[in-house]
Design a protein around this ligand. Structure first.
Ligand code: FES
Length: 150
């Protein structure tokens, strides 16, 4: 099996994996970081969202061989102490209900603010539309992103 050197959360990690292994399973099973979640496995739900060079990607559908030298950030590496503006706004608005989808929601929201520091409500809705939440926390998610963007 090939060896890969991943840049993840500011560290360099060596892993051995088949080339089509999804990044999600590399993160969860090989690197033992469980904050990134498996929802659908088919790019539909967003639960597995991480950043690659600051952009949101769906790790369930990204083979490890396609990561290259990109910098991966997971929810564990988004901030040192949970103090990223999006995380603070999530706490302020008490966004999560069951919580399962929330790391993906937060990572997608943080990527949105990386590319657009002051999104309109419409831009927030558009950017977050592909991140599903079965508890229906969508209004609180939108409010939290508005707070984080201030
Ligand atoms: Fe990746 Fe649903 S688990 S999009």
């Amino acid at each position: 099996m090939p060896n890969y050197t991943l840049k993840i959360n500011g560290e360099s990690k060596e892993v051995e994996a088949v080339e089509d292994m999804p990044l999600l399973w590399v993160i969860r099973d090989l690197l033992k970081m469980k904050g990134t979640k498996f929802g659908c496995g088919q790019s539909f739900c967003g639960a597995c969202t991480v950043h690659l060079d600051g952009n949101a990607v769906r790790s369930c559908s990204l083979p490890i061989s396609a990561v290259g030298t990109g910098e991966i950030t997971t929810i564990e590496g988004l901030s040192e102490n949970g103090d990223h503006p999006v995380q603070k706004a999530w706490v302020e608005h008490i966004v999560p209900q069951c919580g399962y989808c929330q790391s993906g929601q937060i990572m997608n929201a943080a990527a949105l603010l990386n590319s657009n520091a002051s999104p309109s409500e419409e831009e927030i809705e558009q950017a977050m539309a592909g991140n599903l939440c079965r508890c229906g926390t969508y209004n609180r998610i939108k409010d939290a992103i508005v707070t984080a963007s201030k």
